[in-house]
Design a protein. Sequence first.
Length: 180
Amino acid sequence: MILVFLGPPYSGKGIQAELLSKQLKIPVFSMGLLIRRAYENKDAKIVKGYKQYALKGMHLPNKLKSHLLKKKLDENKGNFILDNYPATKEDLDEFLNYLSKHFLQVDKVFYINISISEMKKRIVDRQRKDDKFDIVLKRRHIQDKDRIPVLAYFNSKGLLKEINGEGSIEDVYERIVKVL
């Protein structure tokens, strides 16, 4: 089973992906987490890209980050959850190419959506370098635009389900499980 969770910052996609991962007993791979770990481990490409793109609210180009995810996908062929990947048209093309080469397909894509006011409320609960509201808001606007072709593609394939991400973690999870 291959599931994808997409959504703006603070939508709870990571939490929901982890909950579903535990229930289905399949791993979840967060592109953001993979990037942050590589940054902490001083991966030269990631450090440069993180400063050049992530801290300005932009996605890292695929050429800088795809190697981080490819290894994980190779280890778990056909049974994983992706958190915030593919996030751009470039990511989507790379991902679809990977799936095609390995005769795999996505089963469902969840787009967890929250309002900007809800995002602002949630920002105080998380602390990271890029968690200044002006940067997060810029990141949301950039990423919302970047995500349009990804959402359009999955919607055209009948795989996309938008989930209201506001409310308790349990309420949002219940909405997701109902879809599955």
